[in-house]
Design a protein around this ligand. Structure first.
Ligand SMILES: *[C@@H]1O[C@H](CO)[C@@H](O)[C@H](O)[C@H]1NC(C)=O
Ligand SMILES: *[C@@H]1O[C@H](CO)[C@@H](O)[C@H](O)[C@H]1NC(C)=O
Ligand SMILES: *[C@@H]1O[C@H](CO)[C@@H](O)[C@H](O)[C@H]1NC(C)=O
Ligand SMILES: *[C@@H]1O[C@H](CO)[C@@H](O)[C@H](O)[C@H]1NC(C)=O
Ligand SMILES: *[C@@H]1O[C@H](CO)[C@@H](O)[C@H](O)[C@H]1NC(C)=O
Ligand SMILES: [Zn+2]
Length: 350
């Protein structure tokens, strides 16, 4: 129903923004869903059978298990099995997958980071298993206790080498990126690197750059990933692993996003009729006296939709999901350029 959408004034400049309002006492009909760009067949992923997961093999006893949306890493040694993460969407299915891969019990569980959508199923593993996470992940689990995410028994600060039987994993912390405590997990023999919620192979980064907490750290992580000698990258999301090309493509995307958003901020410091910060300030305050939030909302929406439109000229045909999340990604980057990188556009020190 059209009444559940409205086009912001931006539509006048052929930039549309879709906003859906939750309605009371109503169920959504087919017309209440936005039709986004179709996804190429390959990036739609494989058919997931009744067991609810598929397995990707990297060799040397290293596997990725995915339900098509989330991912875990399984490393089988001759003295037990090591697992990284158990997203609740996999949950018990991951235990079946492991049970069908090996008779070695799960002896070690690594938490990639604190977020429950990736580790909310770890309590299903045997309580005898050693659990390992970064110290700052433990601090977050202490701040918000959750029985589905028991605090790790072992923590580390910088680097940690885990040797179990014939397998070695190198865990490393390089500072806050997606969230603090998010670690790099490297399996040297098969050259598999897992870093969660940074690279989204084949796809536009998820909402607000993967709900990033530290944009400069997130940007830096692209080069830190490329510093590794890896054959396969496990990002925690979507159905498939990535390779160097996937990481390089997202790095190019980020380089473009930074440039486009920075240019948009520069433009907002001119007398551009649509983007001029001072024109928006004056117009918004005239209409909404004393309402500073109204001004910022209009400024953020206009700069984000302008930058997203510029980005999509190139990326809409290259990465699925561009039309879904480009605007939020642009808003996140513009805000970071302002407050992290210190480029305040029209509202800096004069
Ligand atoms: C380690 O042992 C497991 C179980 O026997 C085997 O599947 C795996 O290929 C071995 N990996 C390495 C790196 O030797
Ligand atoms: C293997 O997978 C099947 C089907 O998903 C499951 O029912 C069975 O319990 C699994 N086997 C083990 C040993 O986990
Ligand atoms: C990387 O993965 C993509 C997508 O699966 C594939 O098209 C491409 O050929 C791969 N590149 C290399 C260098 O393996
Ligand atoms: C953004 O643009 C300003 C002005 O041209 C420039 O000084 C700054 O270095 C740019 N920042 C980034 C992160 O590119
Ligand atoms: C501010 O906005 C009002 C109302 O739209 C307009 O009349 C006025 O000229 C504007 N002032 C400046 C300095 O742009
Ligand atoms: Zn996360």
């Amino acid at each position: 129903m059209l009444s559940s959408f409205f086009l912001l004034p931006l539509a006048a400049l052929s930039v549309s923004s879709h906003v859906i309002h939750a309605r009371d006492n109503a169920t959504a009909g087919a017309d209440d869903f936005i039709t986004f760009d179709p996804v190429p067949i390959y990036e739609q992923g494989p058919k997931i059978g009744k067991e609810g997961y598929v397995i990707e093999q990297f060799g040397d006893g290293c596997y990725m298990v995915t339900d098509g949306s989330y991912q875990s890493l399984v490393v089988v040694s001759d003295k037990g099995t090591i697992v990284v993460d158990n997203p609740p969407s996999l949950g018990p299915k991951l235990l079946y997958a492991i049970g069908n891969l090996t008779s070695q019990p799960v002896t070690h569980v690594i938490y990639s980071h604190s977020h429950t959508d990736h580790i909310g199923g770890v309590a299903l593993f045997p309580s005898t298993a050693q659990t390992i996470a970064h110290k700052e992940t433990d601090e977050q689990l202490l701040e918000a206790p959750d029985k589905n995410r028991p605090r790790p028994k072992k923590t580390f600060k910088k680097d940690y080498k885990l040797k179990v039987g014939n397998q070695t994993l190198q865990l490393s912390y390089k500072g806050e990126n997606h969230v603090r405590g998010n670690i790099f997990i490297y399996v040297p023999k098969p050259k598999v690197l897992m870093v969660v919620d940074i690279i989204f192979p084949g796809w536009t980064p998820f909402a607000r750059l993967g709900q990033v907490k530290n944009v400069p750290g997130f940007v830096r992580a692209h080069d830190q990933i490329l510093d590794y000698d890896f054959k396969a990258y496990v990002g925690g999301h979507i159905w498939r692993s990535g390779n160097r090309t996937d990481v390089e493509v997202q790095k190019e995307y980020m380089t473009d996003l930074i440039r486009v958003c920075n240019d948009t901020l520069s433009l907002s410091a001119t007398d551009d009729p649509f983007l001029s910060g001072f024109k928006i300030l004056n117009g918004s305050y005239t209409k909404n006296p004393g309402n500073g939030w109204a001004f910022f909302k209009t400024y953020n929406d206009r700069t984000a939709s302008y930058a997203a439109k510029k980005m999509n000229e190139k990326w809409r045909s290259r990465l699925p999901g561009s039309d879904v999340f480009q605007e939020g990604n642009a808003e996140t980057m513009i805000e970071s350029l302002r407050i992290d990188y210190g480029f305040l556009g029209p509202f800096g020190l004069h």
